[in-house]
Design a binder for this molecule. Structure first.
Ligand code: ASP
Length: 348
């Protein structure tokens, strides 16, 4: 064996023994290095048996070797319904550390379940500290289903991660050949593979078979322009979500206040309108000194101005409740002042 090969093999063995993420697809003609971090989800699932480990997931896609030199590591192996805010913190710290220590890395791909992909992607969008692409991918069909969409989504995620045009676009969600902005994307269908859409603003771009193209940019701050620094945080401020409904019983709010959350997102009807009980509930939270963000249950358009302008509430504008919760958790690390929080919701 030639000595160079020999030392490379020895190094690989050492890294493997040390549990360090290892290259699973490498070829001289690739467009660069990409780190794939796996977290579980349907993309790692099969009808029977345990979830596939990260390395096997990527090893099953030989075409990757023509695109990038891929290093893979498993961060979690869970359905995304089990992801928690501490898990988001662990994930973003890992991503930031990897990007900071590897200037040659072109980008990072995160494989993730689709149930809470919107939350994780938006959180990363606000806390990743680098302009290089971070691409979140998942699948609607398990690995052993007919027309499993996972392998193509991972391949396209890596193609986007090495693409020069994806730099500075914020965190991206790539499924079904569509590139979505983490801020705007919604899961819109319970089953179909074209579930990830941005109803109000449209896709950011496409991972077409011949090229990766972008149609527009996100103007709200993200990644390198975001003000949120979670480097030293071990937990995020607790934020509850409550939902208004016809005939809302405001004692539900009393129960929530007793848990002393740092903030509450209140899901309203269209336009931010609230039931009588809902209005009483917002007043109650205001009197208890807990900021309440009103987010509409309706997907299209922003909440503006009236109604209920006398209530102590912050408007989520066009963010849905689950994303308003992510932003409120981060915003509360900067300020608890209602006007200051509204400014953050207006900006992001
Ligand atoms: N249960 C899955 C999850 O982990 C759903 C999916 O990935 O599509 O979110």
């Amino acid at each position: 064996m030639n000595p160079l090969r020999h030392s490379a093999t020895a190094l690989a063995l050492l890294l493997a023994l040390a549990g360090v993420a290892r290259p699973v697809c490498a070829q001289a003609t690739t467009q660069g290095d990409v780190l794939v971090l796996t977290t579980g989800g349907t993309i790692a699932s099969r009808a029977t048996g345990p979830m596939t480990d990260g390395a096997s997931l990527v090893r099953g896609i030989p075409a990757l070797a023509t695109v990038a030199s891929v290093r893979v590591d498993e961060v979690f192996r869970v359905p995304s319904s089990q992801m928690t805010p501490p898990d988001w913190l662990r994930l973003v710290k890992r991503i930031n550390a990897e990007l900071a220590s590897a200037p040659r890395l072109r980008g990072v791909v995160v494989t993730h379940g689709t149930d809470t992909m919107e939350e994780t992607a938006f959180f990363l969008n606000l806390t990743v500290r680098d302009a290089r692409p971070v691409v979140v991918v998942g699948s609607m069909r398990g690995g052993d289903e007919v027309s499993a969409d996972g392998p193509a989504n991972i391949l396209n995620g890596v193609r986007v991660a090495v693409s020069e045009s994806a730099k500075g676009q914020g965190v991206l969600v790539v499924l079904n050949e569509d590139i979505s902005a983490a801020r705007d994307v919604w899961k819109t269908d319970n089953r179909r593979v074209d579930t990830f859409r941005s109803p109000e603003r449209g896709f950011l771009g496409a991972a077409d078979p011949d090229s990766v193209v972008f149609f527009r940019r996100t103007v709200q701050p993200h990644t390198t322009t975001s003000e949120f620094d979670v480097t030293r945080l071990e937990t995020l401020p607790a934020v509850e979500i409550l939902t208004d409904y016809a005939g809302f019983d405001s004692t539900v709010m009393r129960a929530a206040i007793e848990r002393r959350p740092r903030g509450i997102v209140f899901t309203s009807f269209a336009g931010g309108r609230l039931s009588g009980g809902g209005q009483a509930a917002v007043r109650m939270a205001g009197a208890a000194g807990i900021p309440v963000v009103v987010a509409s249950r309706v997907p299209g358009g922003r909440i503006v101005g009236a109604p209920h302008s006398g209530l102590p509430r912050i408007l989520a504008r066009d963010l849905p409740p689950h994303k308003a919760r992510v932003l409120l958790m981060l915003a509360l690390t900067r300020t608890t002042d209602r006007a200051g929080l509204q400014q953050i919701f207006d900006r992001y």
